[in-house]
Unconditional design. Structure first.
Length: 422
């Protein structure tokens, strides 16, 4: 059973399929045996269709060239998954890197989400836009080192603090764009974590930080005279792809704050809720409710917006875990509503990883941030500012919908196909 529009297997491909069925080869060997990753993807897909009795014709429909992606973005490919892509906007952003109106690409399967973000964008834009600041910027990797005793652990940290320049030079041997900017040591018993923080240009920088940190550990092993052993290149104090308090306090990736003052007439007219009601929902839900739940995050749905942007623009989707941690704060300013969102660990980039895929690169181009910036780093910072501003818009509208009692109605209308537009 071939995918839709595919020709019947050639004799060579048929032989490979028979070998797979007999267990004489494996799906992971096909790229090497066939000499072409697109052909290997076809073979895997045909093998699964025959073995499982299913049709994978939709998965077969893709513009991706696996010759370009295998070894960089994927292993054992069989095709591609399609997710609906929308835009919301325009959103007026006033940042140091993003300054103007933007249409933001959002990939999601959740009905009502894009409409919600779009309405929040309109409210923020009509109120003068969203001001954004990147407070800190640095990607971390934290090797774990064992020493014989706490005395040795302290001596190691003292040596590291006295030799930071040498460690910085060591890191630079493995990366052209990464710069070691800080070393944050932690000691527990005889164990030492060195949380190494890097500037990584327009890359999100996790791979860059990992490779550079490996070289830093080797430099310590070569140059430090005392007893030590690198137990793990990542000791879980980085912290990557896990909910945690450390990133909230120290930051990882971009530490970003976005704020806006929503005018009363916009709040009451467009959002259908007075500022006081939105403010009360934020205090009682996001602050008190999160505290009662012992949540690490004090927000309504950052993950919704960040996941949609991450999927659309080729970010590491697993990093939604820490990127969506943060705080929503509101105040009454006269008769208007002040609202801010703080994202301590927003991990985004515009080069490397999934950003090189053709559809994701086009989505980045909608925002004017595809590829490397001039100077390096400005595109990733611009993307971070736009993302934070979009999170504010989504957060604002959800709080307003709750305050007005419209949440269930919106999901019934847009999440079940009952209405169109927004």
């Amino acid at each position: 059973m071939a995918g839709k529009g595919e020709k019947p297997p050639s004799k060579a491909l048929e032989e490979i399929l028979e070998r797979l069925e007999r267990g004489e080869t494996t799906i992971s060997r096909l790229d090497r045996e066939l000499g072409n990753s697109n052909l290997a993807a076809l073979a895997r897909r045909l093998f699964l269709e025959r073995k499982l009795g299913v049709s994978l014709s939709s998965i077969a429909s893709t513009i991706l060239d696996f010759e370009e992606l295998v070894g960089r973005n994927i292993e054992n490919p069989i095709g591609a998954i399609q997710i609906p892509l929308a835009v919301a906007g325009p959103l007026l952003v006033r940042g140091d890197y993003a300054n103007g109106e933007y249409y933001v690409p959002l990939a999601t399967t959740e009905g009502a989400l894009v409409a919600s973000i779009n309405r929040g964008m309109k409210a923020a834009t009509l109120s003068g836009g969203v001001r954004v600041k990147v407070i800190r910027d640095g990607m971390a990797r934290a090797p774990l080192i064992r020493t014989p005793s706490v005395e040795d652990a302290v001596k190691l940290v003292e040596w590291v603090n006295s030799n930071r320049e040498a460690l910085r030079r060591a890191a630079s041997r493995k990366t052209r764009h990464g710069v070691l900017v800080d070393v944050q040591p932690f000691i527990v018993g005889n164990m030492v974590w060195l949380r190494l923080v890097y500037k990584t240009g327009d890359a999100m920088g996790m791979n860059m930080a990992t490779i550079a940190s490996d070289e830093v550990c080797k430099e310590i092993e070569r140059s430090y005279g005392g007893p030590m052993e690198c137990v793990a290149l990542s000791g879980n104090l980085c912290v990557d792809k896990k909910p945690n308090c450390l990133n909230k306090l120290f930051g990882r990736g971009k530490y970003v704050v976005a704020e806006s003052i929503i005018k009363r007439d916009v709040s009451e007219g467009l959002l259908k809720a007075p500022p006081e009601a939105i403010h009360y929902v934020n205090l009682s839900k996001n602050l008190l409710g999160s505290a009662v739940a012992c949540s690490l995050s004090f927000n309504a749905h950052y993950a919704n917006i960040i996941a949609a942007i991450f999927i659309a623009t080729g970010q590491d989707v697993a990093q939604v875990v820490e990127s969506s941690m943060g705080y929503t704060w509101t105040e009454m300013r006269g008769g208007d509503l002040y609202i801010s969102v703080t994202l301590p660990s927003l991990e985004v980039g515009t080069v490397g990883g999934g950003t090189r895929l053709p559809t994701q690169r086009e989505a980045l181009s909608i925002l004017g941030v595809a590829g490397g910036g001039d100077p390096p780093g400005v595109n990733a910072l611009k993307l971070a500012e736009i993302t934070a501003a979009t999170v504010l818009a989504g957060e604002l509208n959800l709080l307003a919908a709750l305050a007005a009692g419209h949440l269930a109605r919106a999901h019934e209308a847009l999440g079940r196909g009952g209405a169109r537009g927004g």
